[in-house]
Each structure stands twice: as C-alpha cells, then as structure tokens.
Write a protein that binds this ligand. Structure first.
Ligand code: UD1
Length: 418
C-alpha cells in the first residue's frame, strides 16, 4: 500500500501537462474489438486502469503493447470470443464497455459485473435496456453479465437517465447493427464525442454525438485506424483547483478550454483569475476566496468528478457554500476525512453545507475513492503542516504521475510505501 505525504503551504507555480482522458481511453481500448484489425491509439494516460485494460485485452487474445509515451498498438484480429470473467474485469468500471463492443462484433459477450469507485448504487439498467432493444438477450448470473443476440437490429432507444456509460455502450453495440439506431436523451460529455470520432475513424457512421440525440447508421464492417485521445478535463480541473487553493499561478497545458467552461465559470465566481489561451489555461488566485454554490449536472454542467476537489476549495473560502450532488448517489464519503483536517461541513442527503474556515490543518486521511483521493491531495497542498493520504492506489487508477507533476509545480509531496 502506498501513501502520499504532503507538506502544505507551497504556492504552485509553473506549467503542467495534462494527460489523455481516462474516461475516453476506457471505452476506446475495448472498441478496437469491433474492427478485428490493428489500431494505434495515441495519448493514452499512463494510469493503472489503462494497464488493467491492456491486460484484459491481452487475456482475450489481442496483440497489445503500450509505450512510455502512451501509444498503444493493439491488434484484435485473433480474438474469437469475449469471455472476460476474471477478477481483473470486475475491478474497473469501464470493463462494461466490452459488452457493447463484443456484442457488436461477436453478437455475444460474458463480462464480470463492473467494479470501480464506490460512490453509491451504480445500476446498469439503461445499458441492458439498450442491448435488449437492439435484439440481445441479457442475463446476470453469479456476478457475470451474459449478452447474446441472433442479430442486432437498429431501433430508437430513449434513455430514462442521462448516462455516459449507457450512451457509449449502446453506440458500441449499434455501429455494426442492421439499419439505423437513434439514442434519445443521450449524454453529451466530451468523451462521448471522442468515442464517436474514434468509431467514425474506423468506418462507422455516427452523427449527433455531443447533442442529446445520436443517430447511428449501421455499417457492414470497420477497419483499424490511428487515433489520438482528447486531454483529461478532470485532471485539468484538478490542477486548476490545486493552483487556486495554494494561491499559485499555474499554466495547465494540453487542454480543450471549452470542455472546462463550467469549472472556469465557477472559479471566476470565486474571484479566481482564469485566462484561456488556445490549448492552455492559466489559473492564479488571490486570497481570500469567495464562497459560492455548486450543483453537479451532466455535461455541460459542473462535473461530478470535480465535486470533491471543489468542496475542498470551498472549505478555504470565506463564508458559506452549498454543494449539491445531483449525479452520483453517494459522493460525500470523503467529507469525514476532510473533517479530520478541520473542515466544517454538514451533509444532508445530496447536499453539503460548507462553512469556509480559511485554512485546513494537516492530518492522516484515507482516500475512499479516486476523486476523493485527489481532493485529499488538494487539501494537503494548502493545509497547515503535514498530510498523509493513505490508499494511494485509488489515485493511481486515474492520475498519471500526480506526485511528479505536483513536484514540478513546487509542491512538497512524496509517495512512500507503507
Ligand atoms: C462515468 C465515469 C465517471 C463519472 C460518471 C458521470 C467512466 C469509467 N466513469 O461513470 O467517472 O463520474 O460517468 O460523469 O467513464 N445510471 C442509472 N442506470 C444506468 C446507468 C447510470 O441509473 O444504467 C445512473 C447512475 O447511477 C448515476 C447516473 O446515472 O447516478 C450517471 O451515471 P453514468 O453517467 O452512467 O456514469 P458511469 O458511466 O457509471
């Protein structure tokens, strides 16, 4: 078990380069199955979840390599079926994308029920509804999801909840289906557009990704391609917040500023200076910070994945802030950890009332999930004294070399083995 030890108080300064988007990488890697050909995927983040996916693809029979620049060469031509019922598939959330991709190519898949962050009940009923509407039979048996279809036929599918995972999974299953599929009330996140662009680069015919109606004309076959993944808006937002909380001045490089509009707007409301330049964003912050209210929403609303770091920032502001979590069921568990650092936060259901206390104090805390872990690191950067963040493995799942990137910005952080 690794932990991060942080001496708080250093103002972050300099430039940080954002890696490729984890939440785009996790569907694009299994989507290569659909081509049964060689694909080159560039700008993958070097994180644990990508390594796990690489192992899963290798265990299915893919020839796959990943270099230290984040370029994966993957040939899925030798894969003949998709039975991913190992412990590995059960460890990550994104393993459910194998269902859509394998249904598309083989009309059959068996995959362990997905794992990932423990942030409340995370049903997959909308994925199943989509697969069934396309003609598949879906059973869940002893923790394994089994899907099978004689053939897949395009149809109209209305999602009852706006789900990123279900929108992508249905796209994956529908690209090789017969006829036209229309997904209504689709999610609009930037990685939905990225996955659609990747599928189109392989020869698919998907229109409307990024709006709430996606139209997919089924094609006969797909072929391999070379594709570069978009930058990670959540990693970028985390560094924007880290810059602000330390009163620093940081250029966050390799970003698409329009993907971060809700974050930029909220930071500006707190009187933080945010400047956009082409593919970078500069964040500098005065003290004290103003309190504000934040509500998480599907894109283009404020992302649930940045709710935790944002709540830490609001603990440093003056006055009362209200944070409403309307996407995830249970994403306030980290607040008990934050209270060890002196935070004054009351949680009632999906609402947190945060009394800004100016400065947190360093303490021993534990990462309860990926984004909570990142939030505790952000807290430690600005806190008085030393913070130890245990269970670093959660953070390694989604942030590439976070300790090195922060060290380069002047933070006092190290990772040690317990
Ligand atoms: C993905 C991201 C996660 C992010 C989330 C919301 C990955 C691997 N994970 O998760 O980091 O926090 O989007 O942006 O990309 N829901 C249902 N039924 C379903 C599917 C979802 O009720 O079939 C509900 C969920 O419980 C949740 C909401 O819809 O309350 C949003 O979930 P969804 O967008 O699907 O998130 P994930 O794909 O799990």
């Amino acid at each position: 078990m690794d932990k991060f030890i942080i001496e708080g108080g250093a103002k972050l300064k300099g430039k940080v380069n954002v890696s490729g988007f984890k939440n785009a990488a996790l569907p694009i890697i299994p989507a290569t199955l659909l081509a049964g050909d060689k694909c080159i995927i560039e700008n993958l983040p070097l994180i644990k979840d990508v390594n796990i996916y690489k192992e899963i693809m290798a265990s299915l029979g893919a020839d796959v390599s990943l270099d230290d620049k984040g370029t994966m060469e993957i040939d899925t031509s030798k894969i003949k079926e998709c039975i991913a019922t190992s412990d590995l598939a059960g460890r990550i959330r994104g393993s459910y994308y194998l269902l859509g991709a394998a249904l598309g190519r083989f009309k059959e898949a068996e995959v362990s029920y997905p794992g990932g962050c423990n942030i409340g009940n995370r049903p997959i009923d909308q994925h199943i509804k989509g697969f069934e509407a396309l003609g598949a039979k879906v059973d869940i048996d002893h923790g394994i999801i089994k899907c099978k279809a004689e053939k897949l036929i395009g149809t109209k599918i209305y999602l009852d909840v706006v789900s990123v995972g279900a929108t992508i999974n249905i796209m994956l299953a529908a690209v090789l289906a017969e006829g036209k599929t229309v997904i209504e009330n689709a999610a609009k996140e930037p990685h939905i557009v990225d996955v659609a662009n990747f599928l189109n680069a392989m020869g698919a015919d998907i229109r409307g990704a990024g709006t709430d109606v996606i139209r997919i004309n089924g094609v006969e076959e797909l072929k391999g391609c070379t594709y570069s993944i978009i930058p990670d808006q959540i990693e970028a937002g985390t560094y924007m917040i880290a810059a602000a909380i330390t009163g620093g001045d940081v250029i966050i490089d390799n970003v698409i500023p329009t993907h971060l509009e809700s974050v930029t707007a909220k930071l500006k409301e707190m009187d933080i200076i945010v400047e956009e330049y082409g593919d970078s964003i500069r964040v500098s912050a005065p003290n004290p910070l103003k309190s504000i209210n934040v509500k998480t929403l599907p894109h283009p609303g404020f992302p649930t994945d940045l709710q935790q770091p944002m709540s830490v920032l609001l603990s440093h502001a003056e006055g009362t802030s209200i944070v409403t979590e309307s996407v995830s069921e249970s994403r306030f568990k980290y607040i008990d950890e934050l209270k060890r650092m002196g935070a004054n936060i009351k949680v009632d259901g999906r609402t947190a009332v945060i009394e800004g206390i100016g400065k947190l104090s360093g303490a021993k805390v534990s990462a309860t999930d990926l984004r909570a872990g990142a939030a505790l690191i952000v807290a430690g950067l600005a806190a008085d004294g030393t913070t130890e963040v245990e269970n670093a493995q959660h953070i390694d799942r989604g942030y590439e070399k976070i300790d090195n990137k922060l060290l380069n910005l002047g933070a006092k952080i190290k990772k040690v083995q317990e």
